[in-house]
Write a protein that binds this ligand. Structure first.
Ligand SMILES: *[C@@H]1O[C@H](CO)[C@@H](O)[C@H](O)[C@H]1NC(C)=O
Ligand SMILES: *[C@@H]1O[C@H](CO)[C@@H](O)[C@H](O)[C@H]1NC(C)=O
Length: 371
């Protein structure tokens, strides 16, 4: 009898183990993992764990999120990765440095982005302790080792290969490097078109590294309309609300070359590995025609001070607009939650002039049919 009991319970344990594995496998197959790399536009809070001034850790950041509290996102609510996670049917990605990123949470993916970084190692030096691109990739390797220890190397590899990856970087190489101070080292070294060529050649190395680390579905965003953000209207604009010409020129040089690079890399590595999202065109739309999207303002930040609320940081002492849904910009550099939702709408459903070679809904539908 005692024997029988233990056999039964042994069977139950075995059945539970099989069930447990089955559940784990189903989760790996169902929820597609999501990995995020880049700068403050996509940082979900890594910098809160670092000694740096590039942090969104004080109110009113996060004022329109469910908790109403700052989370490290440079937004009043959700950011671009959050809306992409929603479209995948997943919970938001945790910052890689979060202690909560363990166990089952690893299957959701991870966010490695860090505010202040750029394509170049010397971008954002003034922020001291931030996670530069090559360090983000080292953390991605570390993550993969932890994942493999949990679900086995073969399934870990599959999860990474099937994941969606987002990389958003480049804006800081202009605003926090080339144009940071007059006569910056980089601007003395390079004329703007040569600097852009250099950035593109370094970006190619980053994308190749992502591919080598197993990424096979990578959304690559260009830079936004750099000269039209409230900070640049305040510091460099002509004062009449016109976008700063030099930074617009930078974005106009950078974005088409990035799209071209992606075409070349896809021809080499496989069609559809990289997808170019032209965020400049996406955001230009609601900057030039805010009313069409229900915005009443596309120049003044909701949170900040000085002309266009574009000077200094967004802090509890800053001006704060009463309705964040009617402004394109939340702070001096970053879109509002509602603007982020429109950007992701375009990533999902846009035509080839804003997202090429195909939009995210097409990619997701293709991959779902395949599996
Ligand atoms: C940036 O730093 C990484 C190592 O941290 C190095 O491998 C890479 O070559 C550096 N890039 C440049 C352009 O110096
Ligand atoms: C993009 O996505 C939508 C699905 O939401 C699709 O109907 C549309 O044809 C796609 N656009 C292009 C131009 O590929």
């Amino acid at each position: 009898m005692a024997m029988a009991m233990s056999t039964v319970s042994g069977l139950v344990v075995a059945a539970m183990a099989v069930l447990g594995c089955g559940l784990m496998a189903a989760q790996v197959a169902d929820a597609r993992a999501f990995f995020v790399f880049g700068d403050s536009l996509v940082d979900n809070g890594n910098n809160n764990y670092l000694a740096t001034t590039a942090r969104a850790d004080s109110p009113p950041y996060g004022i329109d999120s469910p908790s109403g509290r700052p989370s490290g996102r440079f937004s009043n609510g959700r950011n671009i990765p959050d809306f992409i996670s929603e479209s995948l049917g997943s919970e938001p990605t945790l910052p890689y440095l979060s202690p909560e990123l363990t166990g089952e949470k690893l299957l959701v993916g991870a966010n490695f982005a860090s505010a202040g970084i750029g394509i170049l190692n010397d971008t954002g030096v003034q922020f001291v302790n931030i996670i530069r691109m090559y360090q983000q990739f080292r953390y991605f390797e570390q993550y993969q080792a932890r994942l493999a220890a949990q679900i086995g190397p073969a399934r870990a590899q599959q999860l990474v290969n099937q994941a969606l990856v987002l990389i958003t970087v480049g804006g800081n190489d202009f605003v926090n490097n080339y144009y940071l101070v007059p006569f910056s080292a980089r601007s003395r070294q390079y004329a703007l078109p040569d600097y852009v060529n250099y950035l593109i050649s370094e970006y190619k190395k980053l994308l190749q590294r992502l591919y080598d680390l197993g990424a096979r579905r990578v959304l690559v965003t260009g830079t936004g309309p750099l000269g039209c953000v409230p900070a640049e209207l305040a510091m460099r604009g002509a004062g009449n609300g016109q976008c700063a010409i030099e930074l617009q020129r930078a974005a106009a040089l950078f974005n088409p070359q990035l799209t071209q690079l992606i075409g070349e890399m896809n021809a080499e590595l496989g069609e559809g590995v990289f997808t170019a999202a032209n965020t400049r065109m996406m955001t230009n739309d609601f900057i030039s025609n805010p009313a069409a999207y229900g915005f009443t303002d596309s120049k003044v930040a909701c949170c900040g001070q000085g002309p266009y609320n574009g000077l200094g940081l967004c802090t509890p002492a800053s001006n704060l607009c009463p309705n964040r849904d009617v402004n394109v910009f939340w702070d001096a550099f970053h879109p509002s939650e509602r603007a982020n939702s429109f950007i992701v709408q375009q990533i999902l459903n846009g035509s080839p002039d804003v997202i090429s070679p195909m939009n995210l809904s097409t990619i997701l539908a293709m991959d779902n049919n395949r599996s």
